[in-house]
Design a protein around this ligand. Structure first.
Ligand SMILES: [Zn+2]
Length: 141
């Protein structure tokens, strides 16, 4: 299994951060590479453990486990981190969140907010054309 973010994804993450900054939006990467163990713990949240369900993926079935996904949030000047899809901190009439999503898509990321079933709004991934099943079989980008 990989043990870090894929270098191409890491580079695009850095580009996304700087492009957002140019628009007056400060983003925080709240999660990137995740071990299978950590994924399994996260999966139990809202199931056998307290809290809200945050993932439908068990260990080994999330792109985070292969270093191909990041999660972001918006950081305010006072340091607070928000997950508000409407917030327009740069006051240009567009939601900051969706501006970041548009930048990310232009960089080649797929957005979890576009998913049909479980909408994962902070989630961005690059799958290099590989399905989770192929990654589980050992294929690597
Ligand atoms: Zn994610």
């Amino acid at each position: 299994m990989p043990d870090r973010l894929h270098p191409v994804v890491a580079e695009k993450r850095d580009t996304l951060i700087s492009q957002a900054k140019e628009k007056g939006i400060s983003i925080l990467i709240t999660d990137d590479f995740r071990t299978v163990e950590k994924q399994n713990r996260l999966y139990e949240q809202g199931r056998s453990e307290e809290g809200n369900i945050v993932t439908y993926a068990k260990g080994g079935s999330s792109y985070h486990n292969y270093g191909l996904a990041i999660d972001f949030a918006i950081q305010l000047e006072n340091g607070h981190v928000i997950w508000d899809l409407q917030y327009d901190g740069n006051e240009n009439g567009h939601s900051d969140w969706m501006e970041v999503v548009d930048l990310a898509k232009n960089l080649g990321f797929e957005w979890g907010g576009d998913w049909e079933s479980f909408k994962d709004y902070p989630h961005l991934q690059i799958d290099f054309g590989l399905s989770i099943r192929e990654l589980q079989w050992g294929k690597r980008p």
